[in-house]
Design a protein around this ligand. Structure first.
Ligand code: ZN
Ligand code: ZN
Length: 275
């Protein structure tokens, strides 16, 4: 059966952040995710697109990052421009973070690799078309309860969880670190890479030198986090073994020594706070 989204002609996708809303919008409607001080409204004001409008000329490019891990990027770039990640694992594949687009070649490719057993999303900037992805792959979307107020779409597949971590399978865990959003999470893959891999979304952001990471309340608006938020991230990440780290944007990888890079960066923050 050919793939279609619900209401493909309805203007219900925010042009700036790519979030799909459950109902049609018009110019007078705002996007709470973009109005929030962590985001911004586009230079030409709030704009809403239908799936059909945004999808024109778009595709999804897959790149294999390392064994068992692919990145997915919309080309040409749309909205925030984040990556999603396809995690291949023996007991079931996982989509980490989501995109505001989906098409038949992408569905066929993921199905050829075993489909999806779950979708899990780091925070509200990357919700995209999560309800459509979940319907196509008939799998749950795990979202941290602390961000429930930001969810704009409706789906029988949404599963809200609470607490410091949620175990999936093959020792893979979603870990709540907060900071950027109250419900921000990371995904720990202990058996991917030489000594574990951490997928971080915007919860832990890879610096340009790829030797450090950053923790921010807002990246586009340059709003820092308080010391206690960075200490909580350190506390939650400390028990996790990993050597490789991938954040939300293309090229944001620390291929080796990632654990040390996080430690070094936390120490640098704490030193600055004390000066
Ligand atoms: Zn928006
Ligand atoms: Zn973000």
């Amino acid at each position: 059966m050919a793939f279609t989204v619900r209401d493909p002609h309805q203007k219900n996708i925010c042009a700036t952040c790519g979030t799909r809303y459950a109902s049609a919008k018009d110019a007078a409607d705002s996007c709470p995710i973009c109005l929030d001080e962590r985001q911004y409204v586009g230079d030409h004001g709030q704009a809403w697109l239908s799936y059909e409008e945004l999808g024109k000329g778009k595709s999804i490019r897959f790149t294999r990052l390392q064994p068992g891990l692919h990145e997915l990027i919309i080309v040409p770039a749309f909205a925030i421009g984040q990556k999603a990640h396809l995690v291949l694992s023996e007991s079931g594949n996982i989509l980490w973070d989501c995109l505001p687009y989906l098409d038949e070649p992408t569905i066929a490719y993921i199905q050829s690799l075993g489909g999806l057993k779950a979708i899990t999303i780091s925070h509200p900037h990357y919700y995209g078309l999560m309800a459509e992805w979940a319907a196509v792959f008939n799998c749950p979307v795990y979202l941290h309860e602390a961000d429930q107020e930001w969810v704009q779409d409706e789906s029988e597949h949404f599963r809200f969880w609470d607490g410091a971590e949620m175990a999936l399978w093959d020792d893979i865990r979603i870990v709540h670190v907060a900071g950027h959003f109250s419900g921000s999470t990371v995904l720990h893959l202990p058996h991917h890479g030489t000594n574990g891999t951490l997928l971080t979304g915007d919860s832990i952001y890879v610096a340009r030198d790829r030797k450090h990471v950053s923790f921010m309340y807002s990246f586009p608006n340059l709003v820092p986090l308080p010391q206690k938020a960075i200490e909580l991230i350190r506390q939650r990440v400390e028990p996790l073994a990993f050597d490789t780290l991938h954040a939300a944007f293309e090229g944001q990888v620390i291929a080796t020594g990632a654990k040390e890079a996080v430690d070094r960066s936390v120490k640098r923050y704490l030193r600055i706070f004390q000066e």
